[in-house]
Structures are given as C-alpha cells and as structure tokens.
Write a protein that binds this ligand. Structure first.
Ligand code: SF4
Length: 396
C-alpha cells in the first residue's frame, strides 16, 4: 500500500492565546472563503502525479481551532477527500478541538461526519493557569467538553497538558495530571511551555512581568508526569506523548517514520519524493491564490542526504523505539555506530539491553536494544544536546 498522511491546517481561533506561535487569526469572517480555497486545494492534489492514487492512513485537522468549522462542512470536505483518495477502513481521523468552542451537538456532528479521534487542548485543570495562558475555557468547561465527547461516543480521546508555566507549582501540575488520568483518555500529550519569540508571553517575560519556570523545576515536572502516566498504564512512546497500549497517534508516527505526507491550508508543510514544500503563513495570500486556481505553494526544497540523516536522527531519537540500525544501513549505506562512534563515546557510551526512556544505572544517555538505538531517561532530558553531538558526528 502506498500510504499517505493528510494534514489540514485550520488557521482560525476565537482568541489568540498569549503563548501561541501557531499560524492562526481571529478573522473568522474569512472562514467561508478559506473553505472554498481548501476545496480547490483538495481537488488539485487529488490529480497531482505524486499524490493521486495514494491511500490515506490518517487525516489530521489541526490548527488553530478546527472545531470552529461546523460539522456539516467537515462532513462535506471529508466527502471531497473520499471521492479522490482511498481511505483505509482503520484510518485515524483526528480533529483538534478547543474545549471553549464545543457543545454536544457539534461533537455528535463530528462523530457522524467521520471524525474518530478528538484531540482536546485542555492545557490545565486550574482556572488560574488557564487565565495566565489566556485560554478561553475554564477547568469546569474542560471537564464538560470531555464528558460530552465520551457521551456522544468518542472512544479515542487525546488530551494536551502544558507544564513549566510561570509561577506554576509542582503540586499544581500533578493535580491537573491526576484529573486528566482520572478521566482516562486513550492518549496524553504533556508539553513543556516554550516561550516563543514575538509572542505576548515573550514580551511579558522580557519586561519582567512574568518569570519563566526554573529549569530544575521543569525537569521535576517532566519526571513527575512521566512517573504518574506510566503508573496509570500509559506508555511513554515519544518524548512528549503517552498512550494506552495500541492508542499511539498514528498520524504522528507516520511523520516520525519519515513517510510522505500532504499538508493543506495556509502554513501547511508537505513532504514527498525527497522534496519538502509549504504554503505561506498568509491566509489572504492562500485564498487569493486558490481563487485564481493557483497552488498557494510559497517554497520548496530538495532534502539533501545530510539533512535527511539529521532529520532521521532527530525524529528517531524522539521515539521510545529509537533508530533501527538496519534501516539506517539500508537507507544511508553506513553503520551508524561506526560513523557516530566518537560522538557516542563523548556522550558517555552505550548501555546494552536497557529499556529505552527509563532511568539508567549511571549517567548514560543512550541504550542499544538489539538493532535499536534509543535514549535513556537522562538522554530524553538532554535530547537537544545528544542530537547536536550525534549530528556533528554523523551528518558533517
Ligand atoms: S487555541 Fe491553540 S492555536 Fe488558537 S491561539 Fe490558542 S494555542 Fe494558539
């Protein structure tokens, strides 16, 4: 099967959160024109020489706030997609939803439209933290949205929580996570807050109005979250992601495996045939282009061998299963352990047959299990440094 993952970027939000760097706008009046442009884009790629005839194994509506699109329109667009591509019966079809922009009728409509997985941006179960993040929902609203999602039949729910907020206590984060675990979602994404340049949050930090979380405390939060999620039966399968057995996000796994994907909507990226291309971060430019039946592609680049290796390294080490050395040999014609031997030695060498993502007896950062090279728990905490060191050894 010639598998393809489809991503659709929905660039609208009711309100722009203080920390957000995703491409989204509050100009929801542009939604009808955006939907028409999206229809044109779907029709274009259904006929595209590379993408036509592929089989979709996952569809992901991300944003922004995809739940601002009414269910009937999601249904119609999924119909357009179905008429152009085969979709596997087991395909994962995810919609990101904002708990502050959802009700039971909408949720039931999304189910009927064919959405089978909901990813809810809960972020915290504390009103004080939600206010700090300028989210539009309350903790009670988050719980109502989760309960409603289950009531209308969603059996695959993912929750996002953020830790490392300015002024956040470890106990607050643990309380939020306990509440999430008590609800029992199939999947959890636990992210450390990133202070993105240019956001109001970055300005508040630069102006001394907010103080970033202490690094050591953030590290404790990461470890506490990991321990709690694992004790509740979730597997830590990717640096920021936890799942009940069999509930790992298939769409993301497709990206992490370096397989082709098509991104639709403004700011969406695609990867196919060794080339990456992307639409601009410009909603009106996207709409104008498609109103003239022109693809809204803003740039493209061929991925060189060294870049491909560095991506394979970065993506592989994010995963618990790590990098398959045999596949590395087939793909790049070299022995990773030989070529990267010096870098591995500088990183403290390798453990053997030690479970990945788990605490090492010493300060080891890497472990080799059969043919798979992966991070230990300390390696996960030092992911950026490990990747930098290995890239310098392997991709130069
Ligand atoms: S709802 Fe999500 S995408 Fe929209 S502004 Fe907030 S963080 Fe960004």
């Amino acid at each position: 099967m010639d598998a393809l993952a489809l991503y659709i970027h929905v660039p609208f939000c009711q309100h722009k959160c203080i920390y957000c760097d995703f491409f989204s706008t509050t100009r929801t009046a542009l939604l009808p024109r955006y939907l028409e442009a999206l229809q044109q884009e779907i029709a274009h790629y259904r006929r595209h020489p590379f993408f036509a005839g592929k089989t979709l194994t996952s569809i992901y509506w991300g944003g922004g706030t995809p739940s601002l699109i009414p269910p009937e329109q999601i249904h119609a667009l999924l119909g357009e997609i179905r008429s152009g591509w085969e979709i596997t019966p087991s395909a994962e079809i995810t919609l990101e939803a904002n708990p502050g922009a959802l009700d039971c009728a909408h949720l039931a409509g999304y189910r009927q439209a064919g959405i089978n997985r909901l990813s809810l941006g809960i972020q915290s179960f504390h009103d004080r933290e939600l206010a700090l993040l300028t989210r539009i929902h309350s903790a009670a609203g988050a719980m109502e949205a989760l309960t409603a999602a289950r009531a209308v039949g969603f059996t695959n729910l993912s929750l996002d929580l953020i830790f490392g907020l300015p002024g956040q206590y470890l106990s607050d984060y643990k309380a939020s996570l306990s509440q999430a675990l008590a609800f029992g979602p199939e999947h959890l994404s636990l992210y450390g807050l990133t202070i993105e340049a240019g956001t109001p949050l970055a300005q508040a930090v630069a102006g001394g109005r907010l103080h970033p979380c202490d690094e050591e405390l953030e590290r404790e939060m990461f470890l506490a979250g990991k321990r709690m999620a694992e004790a509740a039966g979730y597997q830590h399968y990717e640096i920021s992601n936890y799942a009940r057995p069999g509930c790992e996000a298939r769409h993301n796994q497709h990206y992490w495996a370096g397989a082709p994907y098509l991104g639709l909507g403004p700011a969406a990226h695609s990867f196919a045939g060794g080339e990456r291309f992307w639409n601009g971060r410009d909603l009106e430019g996207y709409i104008d282009a498609w109103e003239q039946d022109e693809p809204a592609v803003a740039g493209r680049e061929r991925i060189g061998r060294e870049e491909e290796k560095s991506e394979a390294l970065l993506l592989g080490l994010r995963r618990r299963r790590g990098i398959d050395l045999e596949l590395w040999r087939e793909r790049f014609g070299e022995e990773l352990l030989e070529r990267g031997g010096r870098a591995i030695a500088r990183l403290g060498g390798l453990l053997h047959d030690h479970p990945p993502f788990s605490a090492a007896p010493g300060a080891e950062l890497l472990t080799l299990n059969g043919q798979e090279l992966a991070l230990t728990e300390s390696g996960v905490l030092l992911y950026d440094m490990v990747c930098q060191e290995l890239c310098a050894g392997l991709c130069a």
